[in-house]
Design a protein around this ligand. Sequence first.
Ligand SMILES: C[S@@+](CC[C@H](N)C(=O)[O-])C[C@H]1O[C@@H](n2cnc3c(N)ncnc32)[C@H](O)[C@@H]1O
Length: 211
Amino acid sequence: MLRSISPASPPEADRQGLAALARFYAWNAPLYDWTRPAILYARGEAVERLAPRPGERVLDVGCGTGWSLGRLAATGADVVGIECAPAMLARARRRIAGLGLLRPPRLEARPYGGHDGRAGAVDAILFSYSLSMMPGYLDVVAQVLRDLRGGGRITVVDFLDARQPMAAWLTTCHVVLGPARLEALRSAFPAHHAEIRQAPLWRYFLFSGTR
Ligand SMILES: C[S@@+](CC[C@H](N)C(=O)[O-])C[C@H]1O[C@@H](n2cnc3c(N)ncnc32)[C@H](O)[C@@H]1O
């Protein structure tokens, strides 16, 4: 059963987590696009599985430096990237400006959650390696259920688990491993496709569900 969320601001524990994330990305953001493409598997496939259509309202939650934003917007969808870490958001802003898109994605500088007037109005939501960084993941899944219209889609690609010492390294990167998030997704979206894949240093999952 998914808990309901506090509307405007995340609980204190989550807020503390967000402050730590902002500090982490303040020094990590400049390295991000050099280091992650080789290790964040199936990001492109996640965009393809979400399959945005022209005019659809699409959220990229935890958009980071915006790797997926241009790919989502290239479909003609109306894309919004939501990102809480200022250093990552600044890079996303620069990346979008460089793409010269007719309908560039819009960016929102905030943690995902709370009431923003979108309830039931979103067609599709992407989480690309971001849900594992959200301590209040049950609140996040509950928010997705509120935001998506009936028949709306969610796709999540993310870390599942790893052996040591990789698990310890991922923890220092604010990644929370384990099956809890995948289980929450499975129970929130009964109509779904879920796959667990082995990468050289960890396992990750790809999940697509329909509201
Ligand atoms: C590993 S990065 C992934 C970025 C991007 N989606 C990608 O595939 O490259 C995770 C991002 O999620 C953001 N994030 C974590 N918790 C968030 C929250 N509650 N609301 C919005 N963004 C969040 C982090 O700041 C970070 O930029």
